[in-house]
Design a protein around this ligand. Structure first.
Ligand SMILES: C[S@@+](CC[C@H](N)C(=O)[O-])C[C@H]1O[C@@H](n2cnc3c(N)ncnc32)[C@H](O)[C@@H]1O
Length: 187
């Protein structure tokens, strides 16, 4: 149940991929090293990944080149309240992204992500149920550079609280193999 264990996240990405309809146009925010879009590239018509980390975007581009994937692109950009995009997508995805940014920005960006797409898929941290889960999650977050944002996200009621602040009540929630990670589908 270690959040950063590659095998654990791989099964979550498999689950996320299953929600995406073949031939779709997809945008992913906070795409990190691009692993999810790379996994989706054989199934979708186009994928755009955005992340503020140049190091991760450079890595994602290298992986894309070596896999010969021509239908996915990666852009290094900081997402925030200034974000505009005149394109529309079939699916918009954000995985483990909304706890790393300030709550007001998360509320703004969830609404923006939903405007951009037919269907929004969010994979996010949720309330841990046992002491062990609580400790694993705390250890995972405590030494990250976004710990203060995680604490504010937790106080806001995790992803469910953020979605309620956005005014959404009509969303579906799915468990994943990681007990404190859930998938939310809007609308
Ligand atoms: C916890 S990682 C999740 C990475 C990947 N989506 C996953 O599921 O493993 C959060 C990512 O969000 C990116 N990020 C944080 N704040 C951002 C911002 N304001 N704009 C764009 N990317 C951001 C970080 O660089 C990092 O790659």
């Amino acid at each position: 149940m270690h959040l950063k264990a590659k095998d654990n996240l791989t099964s979550v990405w498999e689950q996320l991929s299953d929600f995406v309809v073949p031939g779709s146009k997809v945008i992913e925010w906070g795409c990190g090293n691009g692993a999810l879009l790379q996994r989706l590239s054989g199934k979708i018509s186009y994928g755009l990944g955005i992340d503020k980390s140049k190091k991760l975007i450079d890595y994602a581009r290298k992986q894309k080149e070596s896999a010969g994937s021509t239908n996915i692109e990666f852009i290094c950009r900081e997402l925030g309240e200034h974000y505009e995009d005149d394109q529309r997508y079939d699916f918009a995805i954000a995985s483990l992204f909304f706890h790393v940014i300030p709550v007001p920005e998360a509320v703004y960006l969830v609404k923006k992500l939903e405007e951009l797409s037919q269907r929004t898929i969010i994979c996010a941290l949720t309330h841990p149920e046992t002491f062990k889960q609580k400790m694993v999650l705390w250890l995972d977050q405590r030494f990250s550079d976004h710990y203060d944002n995680f604490i504010a996200y937790k106080k806001a009621g995790y992803m469910k609280g953020i979605l309620e602040r956005c005014g959404y009540t009509d969303f579906r929630t799915y468990d994943t193999s990681i007990p404190f990670v859930k998938i939310y589908i809007l609308p």
